[in-house]
Design a protein around this ligand. Structure first.
Ligand code: SF4
Length: 732
């Protein structure tokens, strides 16, 4: 998929930023990426790109220097001092020696791998097999834990498998769009363009947006529900109560395709609209309207077919200490109204990162196994062990993201391998994370960028390739697998992530199981992918009908079984779910309180989220001045009434303090933020916002403040809410 004309080479690839998964055409000349444009043939974006995607070539064309990219392996002999360059052989030997030492002295669970939804599926696969198959620890988790593990848990609890049932084309067929916990306009801009297109084409479409912040997405809503933080489940249960009271549920669908409705019906009996509306901070009329539009029943029960309802949701539901319940309560609504498995209908979780889905597919989380297999199922463990050629895989779930760093801070995990992510900025409760990185005996950071805060803690830095250099596959939110292709050679001595993991695995293998058949015989990413493909045979995400060659021709959705000529556009159209009896399961969903509600000492709610033109910790977008044109500097957004009461003006500096840390930053009036609430964008790191922990350690960014509390089912932390106090900073 590379064409050459007039010295310009064009290479088809995929945008590395978000889960929309837009196709791009990279233009390059020699070793330089010179341009990028949307791929008109890619079914995710049909040629469109957002601000971030359309400026990718500028971020790639930055002068590649030792300051911006890791260009060769480096070893830090003394923590806190500058690292020195070493060659790959020495670097990988050192890594294998150190991990082997820790495993031998303390057991396999004394090591942990913290990887990333930015990695390609092939990278993910090798890390997963390396930890669970070779070393014998399930301590391999990912920053996708911070992004979508509640969606995984919600799907599995209700529908039986982690499989988003809908697709982007369903926007064309939806009569009601329920967008909840998602600022689609900023986080998934090209999907938002498709929403705007769908609305223009279907004037009957109603859009409901539920979000504590009145975001740009809420601006297009026919009905905006400014729910209070943590009241999502109450809203969904209240909507179901209304549907039951008004006879809007689909009795036939419930009877034929589901189990467990009686328990839920008893649960939502207590969610009377008046009380729910008060709890959620919305009007009773708005709640009634939302329930009626969602149910899709025609006016006066005219006997016409139900209108179709599609729900789009993201971190507002996922990043919560009750994230699984929020996901499940929303899916309950779809099951109760039969709004699933038909065009324009279904619960549709949006993935934040470009390959969070691919990571899920290979089981790249501490509680999953390859191809959606369950760690708790002995048959599934035996299947995976047989596929990999190892005696067994461990049964006990490994440490998830927050647990892994807490275990390292406690001295339980002694060697950490961090790939393609920046936990020293992105994890909640930075004080604990930084203590973990300091206490660990050996820290490997495998990175493309030399600028991340986590690099400062590495004993060994391994240079990785990045977008424009990498080769492999990613899966977007609608289960569509796309190829990622290299347009230029790797910078410096950078290596592909799958190759670094394979080299390390082979060296460790020689120490842990000498003389046995090799487990990692890979020379190309396609060989890795082919092994992953075989692991999916007979599973719900079966891709045995696909190949790199087919994906080179066009991206394809899973499942795509052997002998089929295309993937499945939409799931559950036959009403059969991947559960033991083929029926979906209603979940009993109580409304659970926030982990850290506001109180007299910490009277403000703090919300966090994305800006339109920045990505994660700004390793890439932060290198381009024009992407600061939209929002040039960090600020805490507050409601104008609160600012007037506190005698604060735009630009005044304030101390923002939670139970874990404190930051100083300017305040900005916002009409999006309700009274007693506040918002800080997640992107700004220590070069922009500095602060300190309650015990005086240097911290940075909004995660100095956030709580490590997580959902007990999905282990996803509550990044969307912390209680803070805000005080005007005294001028010297
Ligand atoms: Fe890239 Fe997402 Fe923008 Fe598409 S919407 S161009 S995938 S950042």
């Amino acid at each position: 998929m590379t064409t050459v004309s007039a010295a310009v080479t064009e290479t088809k690839s995929t945008c590395p930023y978000c889960g929309v998964g837009c196709g791009v055409i990279i233009e390059s000349q020699g070793t330089q990426i010179t341009g990028v444009r949307g791929d008109p043939d890619h079914p995710a974006n049909f040629g469109r790109l957002c601000t971030k995607g359309s400026t990718l070539h500028h971020t790639a064309a930055q002068p590649i220097t030792l300051q911006s990219r890791l260009l060769q392996p480096q070893r830090r002999m003394v923590r806190g001092e500058a690292p020195t360059a070493i060659d790959w052989t020495e670097a990988m030997g050192l890594a294998a020696d150190q991990f082997h030492r820790v495993i031998t002295q303390h057991g396999p669970d004394a090591v942990g791998f913290y990887i990333s939804g930015q990695l390609l599926t092939e990278d993910y696969y090798v890390f997963n097999k390396l930890a669970k198959g070779l070393i014998g620890t399930n301590n391999v988790d990912t920053n996708s834990r911070l992004c979508m593990s509640s969606a995984v848990a919600g799907y599995k609890l209700t529908l039986g498998a982690d499989a988003p049932p809908a697709c982007y084309d369903d926007l064309q067929f939806a009569d009601t769009l329920f967008i909840t916990g998602s600022n689609t306009a900023y986080a998934h801009p090209i999907l938002f363009r498709r929403i705007e297109d769908a609305r223009r084409a279907n004037p009957r479409m109603k859009i409901i947006v539920a979000d504590p912040r009145r975001t740009e997405t809420a601006d297009v809503a026919d009905l905006y529900l400014p729910i209070l933080p943590g009241t999502d489940v109450a809203l969904f249960n209240g909507m179901l109560h209304v549907m039951l009271w008004e006879g809007l549920t689909d009795h036939a669908y419930i009877a034929e395709h589901t189990n467990g409705f009686e328990v839920l019906r008893d649960r939502v009996r207590d969610y009377a609209p008046k009380e729910v509306a008060k709890l959620c901070g919305i009007s009773e009329d708005a709640l009634l309207q939302a329930a009626r539009w969602f149910a899709g029943v025609q006016p006066q029960h005219s006997g016409k077919p139900r209108r179709s309802t599609l729900s789009l949701y993201c971190q507002g539901l996922n990043q919560s200490s009750s994230g699984t319940m929020k996901n499940a309560a929303l899916i309950n609504l779809h099951l109760a109204t039969g709004q699933i498995g038909k065009p324009g209908a279904g619960p549709f979780s949006l993935t934040g990162q470009p390959n969070a889905m691919g990571g899920r597919e290979v089981g790249g989380l501490a509680n999953l196994l390859s191809a959606h297999r369950d760690m708790s199922n002995p048959d599934h463990r035996a299947e995976v062990a047989a596929l990999w050629g190892v005696p067994d895989v461990p049964a006990l779930p490994g440490k998830t993201a927050v647990e892994m760093f807490e275990a390292a801070a406690d001295g339980e995990i002694k060697a950490l391998w961090i790939a393609c992510t920046n936990p020293a900025q992105s994890m909640p409760d930075q004080a604990t994370v930084r203590r973990a990185l300091e206490r660990a005996e050996f820290v490997v950071v495998q990175e493309a960028f030399a600028t991340t805060a986590t690099c400062d803690y590495a004993d060994l830095l391994l240079p990785a390739t990045t977008w424009g250099e990498k080769d492999g596959t990613v899966t977007n939110s609608e289960r569509r697998i796309s190829r990622v292709r290299p347009a230029v050679q790797a910078a410096g001595q950078a290596r592909h992530d799958w190759l670094i993991a394979t080299d390390f695995a082979q060296r460790l293998e020689a120490r842990l199981r000498p003389g046995l058949p090799p487990l990692f015989p890979y020379d190309t990413p396609e060989q890795v992918w082919n092994e992953h493909r075989e692991s999916t045979r007979g599973r719900d995400l079966d891709i045995t009908g696909l190949s790199y060659a087919k994906l080179d021709a066009t991206p394809a959705q899973w499942p795509y079984r052997d002998g089929e000529t295309q993937g499945k556009v939409r799931l559950y159209e036959d009403g059969i779910f991947p559960t033991a009896d083929g029926r979906a399961r209603f979940a009993d969903t109580p409304n659970e309180p926030l982990a850290e509600p506001r109180d007299a000492r910490y009277p403000f709610s703090l919300n966090t989220g994305r800006l339109r033109d920045q990505w994660h910790g700004m390793s890439r977008t932060g290198t381009l001045g024009r992407l600061f044109g939209h929002v040039p500097e960090p600020a805490i957004e507050m409601n104008e009434q609160d600012m007037a009461r506190m005698k604060l003006a735009d630009g005044d500096l304030v101390h923002v303090t939670s139970r874990r840390g404190s930051l100083v930053l300017p305040v900005q009036a916002s009409t999006q933020v309700q009274p007693a609430q506040s918002f800080i964008a997640m992107h700004w790191g220590e070069e922009f916002i500095s602060g300190s922990s309650s015990t005086g350690e240097r911290l940075a960014g909004v995660n100095a403040l956030t709580t490590p509390a997580y959902c007990p089912r999905s282990k996803q932390p509550e990044l969307k809410h912390a209680a803070v106090k805000i005080l005007k900073a005294e001028m010297p």
